[in-house]
Design a binder for this molecule. Structure first.
Ligand SMILES: [Zn+2]
Ligand SMILES: [Zn+2]
Length: 157
């Protein structure tokens, strides 16, 4: 009888002392590889250590912008004219050609459009947003994903 009581007491304690959700958040550290996918056609955007997007510059030229797929690594390569500070007119999936621009959303600096894609983190997928202004390092996750995953800040911001 007393044995039974003890085990139910343990169960109660285990329940109460379960770590709070906040402490269960996965922390993505600088340098984490972000495997990225198109939100429209699900094609993988990352390949050969690059995150490739098709972009359109202010002059209307279309080309490829290769970004680093590693969190807080801001190296980029492109085959069109994209100087620092230029705002891309469009960012599209190289596979299905659909726009990745999120209508009505702006970077936290308020002056540039935002493009979004899907990032695989462990076995979950989250929405990831980047600024369309060349050289702006702003990026974020969807608010509901932020309760599960947090991004490590970069000193370069
Ligand atoms: Zn696509
Ligand atoms: Zn920005």
């Amino acid at each position: 009888m007393s044995e039974k009581k003890e085990s139910s007491g343990n169960r109660w304690q285990r329940h109460v002392w379960q770590p709070h959700n906040y402490n269960n958040r996965t922390r993505l550290t600088t340098g984490t590889f972000l495997q990225s996918f198109c939100p429209h056609c699900d094609a993988e955007l990352t390949h050969d250590d690059k995150l490739s997007l098709q972009v359109q510059n202010a002059a209307g030229e279309r080309g490829i912008l290769d970004l680093s797929p590693y969190l807080n690594n801001f190296t980029r390569e492109t085959n069109i004219y994209l100087p620092e500070g230029e705002r891309m007119q469009d960012v599209v999936c190289p596979h299905c050609k659909k726009s990745l621009i999120i209508q009505g959303e702006t970077c936290e600096h308020g002056d540039s459009q935002v493009a979004g894609f899907i990032v695989g983190v462990g076995n979950t997928r989250v929405s990831f947003f980047i600024c369309t202004k060349i050289g702006c390092h702003w990026h974020a996750m969807a608010a509901d994903d932020s309760s599960r995953i947090m991004l490590e800040d970069s000193d370069e911001w």
